[in-house]
Design a binder for this molecule. Structure first.
Ligand code: ADP
Ligand code: ADP
Length: 233
């Protein structure tokens, strides 16, 4: 069974007396170890879809199954546990805690799992070595470059071995050379078996992925995986 199964997903936002349909019937399956770029114009529903995938929000109607769990049936505390254990998030602006060391930032998600300090630090250091920052454990985020800060964010996203790594415009704040370095890191994680879904506006970034899914006006209007299936017939 696929890691991600979305069927008939509708997401409506209520604003006062009016409602806005940000997603209008999305069906999507993503297998384990896929590397997917979600593309589409601004306002098309990409962030809304990412927020649903990441269990930050739930659909108005439709079914979302992640790793065999029916997400729509879960209580808020169960949803929070799924977010903590199954999902790693990377954002455009790195969202690091400025007063904490790099090691402390990366160890943070493990606090909610009740893992003792020494073990948290061991796993955080291992995750930081994976992104090439094993020599920066005691630095503060403001002592690092933009690309290094995003690597810290990736290490934090990976620290609990999530089944799904989500990245919303992960290179949006980086120059093109640094963006390529971050994408080389995602490529390597994918090679290691990580499932990765990222949002991007840039064709050069999407070209790193195996599969491109285009969203427009709340619907999936193109899926390169579906295209491949059609051409094989
Ligand atoms: P994208 O990420 O593709 O730019 P979004 O998913 O952020 O698109 O937004 C899709 C549409 O839904 C936009 O018209 C946006 O204004 C609207 N929208 C997104 N989030 C909310 C919200 N929390 N409340 C109301 N409208 C929202
Ligand atoms: P960016 O991708 O640059 O961070 P977005 O425009 O995609 O910015 O929106 C960031 C967040 O704000 C998303 O979580 C989205 O759901 C929310 N959002 C977008 N449009 C609206 C809106 N009209 N009202 C409330 N929240 C919104």
């Amino acid at each position: 069974r696929a890691l991600i199964e979305l069927s008939g997903i509708v997401k409506r936002y209520r604003m006062g007396d009016t409602e806005f349909e940000a997603l209008r019937g999305v069906d999507l399956q993503i297998q384990r170890n896929e590397y997917v770029a979600l593309v589409g114009p601004s306002g098309s529903g990409k962030s809304t879809l990412m927020n649903l995938l990441g269990c930050l929000d739930t659909p108005t109607t439709g079914r979302y199954t992640l790793n065999n769990r029916d997400i729509g049936t879960l209580r808020d505390d169960e949803l929070a546990a799924i977010r903590n254990q199954e999902i790693g998030f990377v954002f455009q602006s790195f969202h690091l805690l400025p007063r904490m060391t790099v090691l402390g930032n990366v160890a943070q998600p493990l606090v909610y799992r009740g893992i003792p300090l020494k073990e948290r630090e061991r796993q955080a250091a291992e995750s930081l070595r994976r992104v090439g920052l094993g020599d920066k454990l005691q630095h503060r985020p403001n002592q690092l470059s933009g690309g290094q800060r995003q690597r810290v964010a990736v290490a934090r996203a990976l620290v609990g071995n999530p089944s799904l790594l989500l990245a919303d415009e992960p290179t949006g704040n980086l120059d093109s050379r640094t963006s390529e370095e971050i994408m080389a890191l995602f490529d390597a994680l994918h090679q290691d078996g990580q499932t990765v879904v990222l949002v991007t506006h840039e064709p050069d970034i999407a070209a790193h992925c195996q599969r491109t899914v285009r969203v427009n006006d709340g619907r999936i209007v193109f899926d390169s995986a579906a295209q491949a299936t059609v051409s094989e017939v």
